[in-house]
Design a protein around this ligand. Structure first.
Ligand SMILES: NC(=O)c1ccc[n+]([C@@H]2O[C@H](COP(=O)([O-])OP(=O)(O)OC[C@H]3O[C@@H](n4cnc5c(N)ncnc54)[C@H](OP(=O)(O)O)[C@@H]3O)[C@@H](O)[C@H]2O)c1
Length: 387
């Protein structure tokens, strides 16, 4: 029976994007059902979500967590775990669209499996494109599925491209708030703490992406994501610092017109658009008050935030280089959060690992995982040496 509701798999349901997604679903009960949920270790919240949204399948990170969860859910709910569990959640027959929001490289395999399974994707996990952009885009075309961006910048570009000819694009401009250290002097950056780096002025996000926003690695990953998603060379992708986070990104056309998308900074907007495209639905984003609005734009400071340049370099190197950049950054950020690396050493680790890498062609997910493993080893070795 067709109820007109779209059946969703929500991967990373206990995270910042996952929770926002379930808020959008809660506000639009006639539009969506939740067929499956996948998360890591937050069993308390996952259990609450499963009882409220009644998926037939849930997945967690480990067999131990799965066993614990099984005893507290109705027997009709199947509980899986690990990569296989997340893949099963993403590929259940009933699922029509997968909201991909597991953090980091762990999001790649389930997202790729969903594409191969013919599911439309609402993509928050930027690492999927950063690590394996050409493979992912080829598979999207082959299977004829939709890949809709959830990242607010890419959603803004996607919306600003609608109705325009690709050949008329001069460049896209990704905006960046500048993060918590926008005004911090260069000499103070070496001693900033994880708690300070996690205090983002505009967005409430997971820990990894918050640190990446502070180093501007996140913007760099978004440049790579945009290059693959919109099939544009790095020379047509710019970044502008925009501290108010109201303009989420822009497209400049050859006639000098700039088309932008604006709203209050709230991820429910881009999530709702990706879930319901091409329709627009109630997202719960507070309306934007235009009176007295000040919008500032400035060039990123390449000296204080050198990580941004690394992404352009990785894109130019091509092949395995973007996966290497991503993996080295994941290791460095994890170590920074544990107190084992200073904030400015994140750049040192990522740039040295990228500098040592001989980029090779990526023909399969195994090639991607090999480059990822090489970069992790190299980053760990370097961090040991720095300590
Ligand atoms: N937050 C944002 O505003 C934002 C904006 C644009 C893009 N993104 C992207 O969206 C993704 C998620 O970001 P987030 O901020 O929502 O992160 P987050 O708050 O840290 O949440 C991560 C989610 O992934 C789950 N997870 C982590 N490792 C897993 C694994 N191995 N297997 C299964 N589940 C796993 C976590 O589960 P547990 O918590 O249960 O362990 C959690 O549900 C990232 O790729 C990020 O770059 C985020």
């Amino acid at each position: 029976m067709d109820t007109g509701q779209k059946a969703l798999a929500v991967l990373g349901s206990t995270g910042s994007i996952g929770r926002n997604t379930l808020e959008v679903v809660r506000a639009n009960p006639l539009k969506f059902t939740v067929a499956s949920l996948a998360a890591g270790n937050n069993l308390e919240l996952l259990k609450e979500q499963a009882l409220e949204f009644k998926p037939s399948f849930v997945s967690v990170a480990t067999p131990e967590a799965a066993q614990e969860l099984r005893s507290s859910l109705p027997s009709a709910v199947t509980v899986g775990y690990g990569v296989d569990g997340a893949v099963e959640a993403a590929t259940l027959e009933v699922v029509e669209m997968v909201l991909s929001a597991i953090s980091g490289s762990s999001g790649l395999i389930p997202t790729m499996a969903a594409i191969k399974g013919g599911k439309d994707i609402a993509l928050a996990n930027k690492e999927t494109l950063v690590m394996a952009g050409p493979l992912v885009m080829a598979e999207v075309k082959k299977r004829g599925v939709r890949l809709l961006p959830v990242d607010s910048e890419h959603s803004a570009v996607f919306q600003s491209l609608t109705g325009h000819r690709r050949c008329d694009i001069k460049r896209i401009i990704l905006t960046a708030s500048g993060g918590p250290f926008l005004k911090t002097p260069a000499e103070a950056l070496a001693t900033v703490t994880p708690a300070e780096a996690l205090r983002h002025p505009k967005w409430k996000m997971g820990r990894k992406i918050s640190v990446d926003s502070a180093t501007l690695v996140n913007k760099g990953l978004e440049v790579i994501e945009a290059s693959y998603l919109f099939e544009l060379p790095p020379s047509k992708i710019s970044v502008a610092i925009h501290p108010q986070s109201i303009v989420h990104s822009m497209v400049e056309y050859i006639d000098g017109s700039i088309v932008a998308q604006m709203s209050n900074p709230d991820m429910k907007g881009p999530i709702a658009y990706a879930l319901s495209y091409p329709e627009r639905i109630e997202a719960g984003t507070p309306p934007l008050n235009l009176s007295g609005l000040t919008l500032e734009f400035m060039e990123p400071d390449a000296e204080r935030f050198p990580c941004l340049g690394l992404s352009y370099e990785a894109l130019r190197m091509g092949g395995s280089a973007t996966a290497v950049l991503n993996a080295a950054d994941e290791v460095a950020v994890e170590m920074f959060l544990k107190g084992g690396l200073s904030f400015t050493e994140i750049y040192r680790v990522v740039s040295e690992v990228l500098g040592r890498h001989r980029a090779s062609e990526i023909n399969s997910i195994d090639d991607v995982l090999e480059a990822d493993a090489w970069a992790r080893d190299a980053a760990r070795g370097l961090i040991k040496y720095l300590n």
